[in-house]
Design a protein around this ligand. Structure first.
Ligand code: E4P
Length: 225
C-alpha cells in the first residue's frame, strides 16, 4: 500500500514529504478553500513544493461534464505531468471520465458504494476514492466497502486502484492495507500516529540512556575521529 497526503496546506506538505514516503497530494474544494489563497498561486505553489514526479490530485468544480472537461484540461496545462483529475461521483462525473481518461488519469471521488466504484472503473477511472471514515461514522462499514472495492477491481482485472480516503484512526488504515487497498490518502497528523508506538519510544530511550552511561554526549562521528 502506498501513501498520499490529503491537504492543500503548503507548510504541512513540506513537512510531511521531508519525513515520510509520500507518493502524492490529494486535495478537495474544502481543503483548498481553507487555505484562503488565490487558487492558481496555491496550485502552482503545491506543484513547486512536491516537484514534478509526485502525483497531484485537484478536484474539478464544474456542474456539467463539459465544464469539468474544460477545467481538467486547463489544470493539466498548469500543473503538467502527474496531474490527476479528481472528479465527483455522479452522472456528469462519469461522463467526464469517459472523455478525460483518454487524456489524463482520473480519480472518481466521494465513492460510498461498491457499484459506484465499479461504474467509475468501467468509465475509465485510474483511481476511486471511497470515504472510509464518513461511512464508518454512520455504521455503513467504510473499511469493508473500501476493501471489497479493491478485491472487486482486482477480480475483474480492472486497471483502477483504490485510494482510501477520509481516515481518522490507525485501525482503519491498517485494515485497508490488509484488505488490499492500493493507496491511502491521509491528513498530516495521521502520519505520526502511524509511525509512533510507546514501546518504540521506550526502547529508543533505553538505547540512549545506556549509550550515554558509557560514552557520554559523544556521537558516533566524535568517536571515529
Ligand atoms: C478525499 O478524496 C477527500 O478529500 C477526503 O479524504 C475526505 O476526508 P474527510 O472525511 O476527513 O473530510
Amino acid at each position: 500500500m502506498r501513501y498520499m497526503i490529503d491537504t492543500a496546506n503548503i507548510e504541512e506538505i513540506k513537512d510531511i514529504i521531508e519525513f515520510f514516503p509520500i507518493e502524492g497530494v490529494t486535495t478537495n474544494p474544502t481543503l483548498v478553500s481553507k487555505e484562503k489563497m488565490d487558487f492558481k498561486t496555491l496550485v502552482t505553489g503545491i506543484r513547486d513544493v512536491i516537484g514534478p514526479d509526485r502525483v497531484f490530485f485537484v478536484q474539478l468544480r464544474g456542474d456539467t461534464a463539459e465544464e469539468m472537461i474544460e477545467e481538467a484540461r486547463a489544470l493539466k496545462k498548469l500543473i503538467g505531468d502527474n496531474y490527476v483529475a479528481k472528479i465527483p461521483m455522479g452522472r456528469a462525473g462519469l461522463k467526464a471520465v469517459m472523455t478525460l481518461s483518454k487524456e489524463m488519469p482520473c480519480c472518481v471521488t466521494a465513492i460510498c458504494s461498491r457499484q459506484q466504484a465499479m461504474l467509475a472503473a468501467r468509465a475509465g477511472a485510474s483511481f476511486v476514492a471511497p470515504y472510509v471514515n464518513r461511512l464508518d461514522n454512520i455504521g455503513a462499514g467504510g473499511v469493508e466497502i473500501a476493501c471489497d472495492i479493491a478485491g472487486m477491481l482486482d477480480h475483474y482485472g480492472l486497471p483502477c486502484e483504490v485510494v482510501g480516503a477520509s481516515f481518522k484512526n490507525v485501525d482503519q488504515v491498517q485494515e485497508c492495507a490488509m484488505g488490499g487497498c492500493h493507496v491511502v490518502t491521509l491528513k498530516a497528523e495521521m502520519f505520526d500516529m502511524l509511525a509512533s508506538h510507546p514501546l518504540t519510544d521506550s526502547g529508543i530511550a533505553g538505547f540512549d540512556k545506556d549509550w550515554k552511561a558509557f560514552y557520554g554526549e559523544n556521537k558516533i562521528l566524535d568517536l571515529l575521529k
